[in-house]
Design a protein around this ligand. Structure first.
Ligand SMILES: C[S@@+](CC[C@H](N)C(=O)[O-])C[C@H]1O[C@@H](n2cnc3c(N)ncnc32)[C@H](O)[C@@H]1O
Length: 268
């Protein structure tokens, strides 16, 4: 169970928390703060406050907060210096000096991959269906847009990103010919069966909240009919091909793999 709290006694946070409570259907607990001795049965607390939205486990010792901050940590590092899987993802979607694809990210999650692609210069539409994940992502995008008010580079980057809250399967059925994206990007949840130490605690919590994406095989089938040039799937290296469908080729990383369905030649 998830409950909503505010970090300080501010009417602005209270109003925001009330809105979230009505949209997401989680109860609002009005005493201020979030400590691991809170006397309710919620396993997670969505905290509204000066850091935007943060999702904490009620037992704070379990793991750190789940939140979206594009200006900090690995997101910021990937924006400024590339690196991480920046190079591999660029190759996978076909970014080059002459071509910057329009990407439709049908499994946006917390927006990390979409943000890297936008940092590389691509226009990216992020689609996410889980209301809580979507709220966390929207909050991160809004805060980054505020940063962009005083930084033209960030403003341009953020102008390349938009968020659509819906089920991608429904969205694909409404796409017209001129709306067809160059590349469709998929990174559905992968059911890690064991509680392996390699799967970070935050990721385990994320999986617990979102559940498994059991319809991702169908999403791939539809995506293959709609993308102009490529469908790219991010998978853990150990995972089988999505829907048992062999891609045209794969780019292998240390723990992650990109499976690429090359549908037609990228313009050069
Ligand atoms: C593993 S996460 C994606 C992580 C993301 N690539 C990132 O960098 O943060 C998968 C996300 O896809 C979303 N998702 C899966 N199937 C979807 C669908 N049909 N429509 C919209 N969102 C979907 C899930 O709700 C989940 O948040």
């Amino acid at each position: 169970m998830i409950s909503i709290r505010i970090s300080s006694d501010s009417p602005h946070y209270l109003e925001q928390a009330e809105k979230l409570s009505s949209v997401l259907g989680y109860p609002l607990v009005t005493d201020v703060g979030c400590s691991d001795d809170c006397q309710n049965n919620a396993s997670y607390v969505l905290l509204v406050g000066e850091d935007g939205l943060s999702l904490f486990p009620s037992n704070r010792r379990l793991h750190g907060p789940i939140r979206v901050d594009f200006m900090l940590g690995s997101n910021n590092h990937r924006r400024r210096f590339g690196g991480g899987n920046g190079q591999a993802i660029a190759k996978a979607v076909g970014v080059s000096g002459r071509f910057l694809p329009r990407v439709l990210d049908l499994t946006a999650g917390l927006g990390g991959d979409g943000f890297v692609l936008a940092s590389l210069g691509c226009r990216v539409s992020l689609v996410e269906r889980h209301p809580l994940i979507c709220s966390l992502l929207r909050d991160g995008l809004n805060r980054a847009r505020e940063e962009g008010e005083s930084d033209p580079e960030i403003r341009d980057l953020m102008n390349r990103l938009d968020l659509i809250e819906c089920d991608s399967l429904e969205m694909l059925s409404d796409i017209t010919v001129d709306q067809k994206p160059d590349v469709i990007y998929l990174d559905p949840m992968f059911p890690h069966r064991k509680k392996s130490a390699k799967v970070k605690k935050e990721m385990q919590a994320f999986q617990h909240i979102v559940g498994s994406d059991i319809d991702s095989d169908v999403l791939l089938e539809r995506a293959l009919k709609i993308a102009r040039y490529r469908v790219v799937i991010k998978r853990p290296s150990v995972a089988e091909f999505l829907g048992d469908k062999k891609p045209t080729y794969s780019l292998e990383g240390k723990s992650t793999r990109f499976d690429i369905f090359a549908l037609s030649k990228i313009p050069s």
